[in-house]
Design a binder for this molecule. Structure first.
Ligand SMILES: Nc1nc2c(ncn2[C@@H]2O[C@H](COP(=O)(O)OP(=O)(O)OP(=O)(O)O)[C@@H](O)[C@H]2O)c(=O)[nH]1
Ligand SMILES: [Mg+2]
Length: 194
């Protein structure tokens, strides 16, 4: 959180975290395509030829007010590929809330678990933990035939029983439900601190 007292603005950082190709960038692209341009900034994205995120994707959204201050949500994605571990750590710095975008496909279970552990490790190094931090789970790619059942996903991934959402990000399904949930959690959390 960063408060600009002169402008009465609160900057809050939400990071979309998850394994490679789970659909993090797709979430941001959909959000950006649907919101009124007056409420959002540019979507800044830097990709490889194969459309993989190199460092992060970024956009800003303005919503309502918290205790007279104007909140600005800065949405980031991390690069999911295993070897970008240090980028993920840097991007997580100063985070206020996380959306974990899991890939529902059965053969991505291990990658989901590994990335959750990577997230927990990085949060720990900042003095947080998945147990007491605002985060939500998104089970993406529900349209694919090899998608694991929600029961199994919940049992294996949602160990802290956080709010979870099914999504088909390429069609926008579940994208705004997920975003609203994390915004609400982050706002609740911040209101306690102000
Ligand atoms: N079938 C299906 N494909 C999806 C869905 N969401 C995203 N994709 C596709 O999955 C691929 C990867 O999506 P990205 O959004 O680039 O994934 P990412 O998590 O940003 O990946 P990295 O940047 O490499 O970490 C793209 O081809 C998307 O079109 C979905 O709900 N269903
Ligand atoms: Mg990406």
């Amino acid at each position: 959180m960063f408060i600009n007292w002169a402008l009465q603005e609160i900057n809050l950082k939400i990071v979309y975290y998850g394994p490679g190709m789970s659909g993090k960038t797709t979430n941001l692209e959909y959000i950006h395509s649907k919101l009124d341009p007056s409420l959002t900034g540019e979507l800044v994205t830097l990709k490889t030829k194969e459309d993989r995120t190199i460092f992060f994707d970024f956009m800003q959204i303005e919503v309502g007010r918290i205790k007279g201050k104007k909140p600005k949500f800065n949405l980031y994605t991390v690069p999911g590929q295993v070897y970008y571990a240090s980028s993920r750590k840097i991007i997580l710095n100063g985070v206020d809330g996380v959306v974990f975008v899991a890939d529902s496909q059965k053969d991505r279970m291990e990658a989901n678990i590994e990335t959750l552990l990577d997230l927990e490790k990085n949060l720990k190094s900042m003095g947080f933990s998945l147990e007491n931090f605002p985060w939500v789970m998104q089970y993406n790619k529900r349209d694919l035939p090899n998608a694991e059942s929600i029961d199994v996903l919940e049992r294996k991934l949602n160990l802290f029983d956080v709010p979870s959402f099914e999504a088909i990000a390429i069609k926008g399904q579940g994208v705004f439900d997920t975003l609203k949930a994390i915004i609400n959690l982050v706002v609740q959390h911040v209101q306690k601190q102000l």
